[in-house]
Design a protein around this ligand. Structure first.
Ligand code: 4AD
Ligand code: MG
Length: 429
């Protein structure tokens, strides 16, 4: 019977099979120590020359790194072995003998590893990151599912520019043009008017021409949208959501975070309440520190890092100058130069994780903004309908999955937070 390595504790003293790959090995004349991995964990398999057939001993000698192998044997407890258990091998079956594996335990350059991403995923660190990513997705979805949100999938092909026209990926669409979606938000607004509380979760695309450690051209975004919720409700929701997601990962991914050598003390501080400061207050922090920041402009990566240094948990920045934000954001009734928007900046230099806002719900105002932003009015008629037929105050936000994974795992670059990253200079593998 084939068992998973991470379930070994239930089989002590029993004969089982481990189906996996050779991770590492060492051998003396009489004993072979094969470290096997099966996706669920690592286990040492011990082959004693006198206890096995000549064929099995031969396989143990010949087997190369990443060869696929099925080992049969008895599980015993062994505190010194990875995972705490060991397999006393009775026989080995070589499924395929691997060619010389390009990734060895020595240090490799990042471009080489990225070119071999399809193999690099097998390494301990990458394995841990993918496990944390999976847990983050589960936590995010569970949070919303448990609170009666309905998942509504927006299209990937769209004629609408949601987040400005400079980062659109354009494609031919049967004689007209379509864009790959930058955000599902506009469609989630339609869905919120039908279902009240909704969210989308899927890939989004931006032709980011900058090479930074925070930008991908294809990234996953989770976007909740709620009818009859204002900007303050939005900030409460974001905060509650983020606290719960981080707590879940701390609870479920202790082993993975250890592999990643993540200092979890900073994650443990992610509790209520997050500081809420206005754009003006954030700008003052930068000016007081003498960074040369110009009031009225958007915060760059370095600005975000400097602002974050003043706080021990994610910081929410609200009340943004309208000129540097998206067309759909509602103006602040008390200061028409500002919009009811919020960005959440992560601690430790991981930058903006969340962008959210209350949406403009007035038909004439919204039509004016679409014109001002030079967007195709024809393609926004359907969106304006939402303000013609039962318009209500509503708000939502988008959280970038890869930046969240990068922050929680403590990664230096978002390229490691997605299985197969897409960036300006990377389309393969
Ligand atoms: O701030 P953004 O552009 O907001 C929106 O797209 C809204 N329509 C969301 C909404 O209100 N429903 O993007 C949201 C988040 C960012 O905070 C960031 O985490 C992530 O998406 N993001 C990226 N992640 C990786 N690479 C990129 N190029 C990203 N661009 C945005
Ligand atoms: Mg943003």
């Amino acid at each position: 019977m084939i068992i998973s390595i991470n379930k070994a504790s239930g089989y002590v003293g029993k004969e089982v099979q481990i189906a996996g790959w050779l991770y590492n090995k060492r051998s003396s004349g009489k004993l072979q120590f094969l470290i096997l991995r099966d996706g669920s964990g690592l286990m040492q398999a011990v082959v004693f020359k006198k206890g096995v057939s000549e064929e099995t001993w031969g396989i143990g000698e010949e087997i190369t790194q990443e060869s696929s192998v099925i080992a049969t044997g008895t599980i015993s407890e062994e505190p010194r072995s990875p995972g705490g258990f060991e397999l006393q091998v009775t026989s080995l079956e070589l499924v395929q003998k691997a060619e010389e594996y390009p990734i060895s335990p020595k240090e490799h350059g990042i471009e080489f590893l990225m070119d071999n991403r399809h193999l690099w995923l097998r390494s301990k660190r990458q394995h841990a990151i993918l496990r944390v990513r999976h847990q983050i997705i589960r936590a995010m979805r569970d949070y919303l599912d448990d609170r009666d949100f309905t998942l509504v999938d927006p299209p990937i092909f769209t004629p609408n520019a949601c987040e400005g026209t400079s980062t659109l990926f354009e494609t031919e669409y049967f004689g007209s043009k379509a864009y790959l979606t930058q955000s599902g938000q506009l469609y989630e607004e339609a869905a919120a008017m039908a279902l009240g509380k909704v969210y989308s979760f899927g890939p989004t695309f931006r032709a980011e021409k900058s090479k930074t450690r925070r930008h991908l051209t294809e990234f996953w975004m989770l976007e909740p949208e709620v009818a009859y919720m204002d900007i303050n409700g939005d900030m409460d929701l974001i905060e509650d959501f983020m606290v719960e997601v981080v707590a879940r990962v701390l609870d479920k991914c202790g082993e993975e975070l250890k592999v990643l050598e993540r200092d979890t003390s900073t994650l443990e501080k992610v509790t209520k309440s997050f500081p809420r400061i206005s754009y003006d207050e954030a700008a003052k922090i930068l000016q007081d520190k003498g960074t040369g920041f110009e009031y009225g402009s958007d915060f760059g990566g370095t600005d975000e890092t400097v602002i974050a240094e003043s706080f021990d948990r994610p910081v929410m920045i609200h009340s943004w100058p309208a000129d540097i934000k998206a067309f759909y954001m509602k103006r602040d009734p008390n200061d028409k130069s500002k919009v009811l928007a919020v960005d959440v900046i992560a601690p430790e230099g991981h930058g903006e994780l969340v962008g959210g806002s209350q949406r403009e719900d007035n038909l004439d105002e919204l039509r004016k903004r679409i014109k001002e932003h030079d967007l195709s009015e024809k393609h926004f008629e359907w969106y304006l309908d939402l303000r013609r037929y039962g318009s209500v105050p509503h708000s939502g936000f988008g959280i970038g999955l890869e930046r969240t994974v990068g922050w929680i795992c403590g990664l230096k670059h978002v390229r490691e937070s997605i299985p197969f990253p897409r960036m300006m200079h990377r389309l393969t593998p």
